[in-house]
Ligand binder design. Structure first.
Ligand code: ADP
Ligand code: ASP
Ligand code: MG
Length: 405
């Protein structure tokens, strides 16, 4: 019998009624004669609530205690699912990561799964049991509880699928699949039938919350097909995330994303000399501040110039402090803007189609949307715009690249 991994996200287990529905869905897959491994997120809102509590207790809450605290939500939902399955006559039990164990490496809050010990779970599924495994969490070599970054249950599901050599990994969520853009923000967004790992990775990294980026990296490395579908309408077909060669599309652009937590930093009047950019960015990188888009003006007088870059809004205060304390640079003025969003178009089709950049810029110009910074890679173009124009720009780009058809 083949193994199948079923992952349920926060909204899918958000209420007692939803958990009862989830138990029914699991029951259907048992009838299809699969051996099942279930991964669950915390009930929606629970993880956020725990994060807020940690902030109230201390402004510098310890990262290891953060992991112990915020991983607690999954314990509740897993136990409730197992309890319901037992009530329906199935053999089931919950498993926390440390009980399996699921070993992680890397920093607290952002750990990655390294190894999963399979013996106990295999014994359990072979005896007809349905294990309900807590997503998002692991345990490190120091025997401390870790977490995999927000949205990390997706990564748990993919890694379970890898280690157990599962035939399929189904991600049940609150939308019917991956759409051309967030369907909760644009009604005309269209469900994508099949998408490559590469495009999904870009979309997830650039703001499409539906899948956590690391989970897509893991799926791509291990060639695991993912099906994303709704736990609310389970008869509706979802989206298959798979290797490039399985994807046939005539579209130039596959999806559009936007971000809500970027901030722009501008250093005005810095010396235009070799080494200045390195002097600015070295202390930022030492403090683990991720610099994203960068643009440096060419100085008119050959002496001074301005440098603009983006970071995550949560790093803004730290960045201000680091720049102000940096003795290697002289800044005439330091400007910050939190009212920015990075809007991106993603698609492998742009590799072979000329003129995509021009079409994007023209579509935005027609709407009088000013582009502040631009960055590109082989399969994406990102622009930084004022936050107030997010909706307008997505609508214009969706139309320009015929994604509503
Ligand atoms: P879960 O709790 O099931 O993990 P998430 O909230 O993490 O669910 O992800 C699902 C949400 O992702 C959707 O409700 C939707 O608003 C958002 N989303 C953003 N971009 C997209 C997209 N391109 N396609 C589908 N959903 C998207
Ligand atoms: N509960 C965790 C979070 O809210 C993990 C997840 O939902 O995937 O980030
Ligand atoms: Mg999620």
């Amino acid at each position: 019998m083949k193994i199948i991994v079923l992952k349920f996200g926060g909204t899918s287990v958000g209420t007692i009624n939803r958990i009862k529905k989830v138990a029914n869905i699991i029951g259907k897959y048992v009838k299809k004669k699969y051996k099942i491994i279930v991964i669950s997120s915390a009930m929606s809102g629970v993880t956020n609530d725990l994060v807020n509590k940690s902030k109230k207790i201390s402004k510098s809450f310890s990262n290891s205690e953060y992991d112990t605290l915020v991983s607690a939500g999954e314990q509740m939902s897993c136990s409730l699912i197992a309890g319901r399955l037992i009530n329906k006559g199935f053999k089931s039990r919950s498993w926390m990561s440390w009980q399996i164990p699921i070993i992680t490496e890397g920093k607290h809050k952002f750990s990655r799964i390294k190894k999963i010990y399979k013996k106990e779970i295999l014994k359990y599924i072979n005896s007809g049991g349905i294990p309900i495994i807590a997503g998002f969490q692991g345990v490190n070599f120091q025997n401390r509880i870790t977490t995999l970054g927000r949205g990390g249950s997706d990564a748990s599901a993919i890694m379970i699928a890898k280690f157990f050599n599962a035939e399929k990994c189904i991600i049940f969520t609150d939308v019917e699949g991956v759409y051309t853009t967030d369907p909760n923000k644009l009604k005309t967004a269209k469900k994508i039938k099949v998408i490559s790992y590469e495009e999904m990775l870009e979309m997830a990294s650039l703001g499409a919350k539906v899948m956590q980026p690391h989970s897509i990296q893991d799926a791509r490395l291990n060639r695991i097909d993912i099906e994303v579908k709704s736990s609310f309408f389970i008869n509706k077909s979802g989206t298959l995330i798979t290797k490039k060669k399985n994807v046939i599309t005539s579209k130039i652009i596959t999806g559009i994303t936007s971000t809500y937590n970027d901030a722009k930093v501008t250093l005005v009047g810095i010396k235009d000399r070799p080494g200045i950019a390195a002097a600015i960015f070295k202390p930022l990188s030492e403090n683990l501040i991720n610099v994203d888009m960068v643009v440096q003006n060419i100085s008119a007088n050959g002496k001074e110039t301005d440098l603009t870059f983006t970071i995550k809004s949560e790093d803004l205060n730290k960045t201000k402090k680091i720049i102000n304390e940096n003795k290697k640079i002289n800044v005439k003025d330091l400007l910050f803007d939190k009212n920015v969003s990075k809007v991106s178009i993603i698609g492998v089709g742009m590799v072979t189609t000329p003129g995509v950049t021009y079409r994007m810029f023209q579509a935005l110009a027609k709407e009088k949307i000013n582009i502040q910074v631009i960055s590109t890679s082989e399969i994406k173009i990102s622009v930084l715009i004022n936050k107030k124009n997010i909706k307008k720009s997505i609508l214009a780009l969706h139309k320009e690249f015929k994604l509503n058809k």
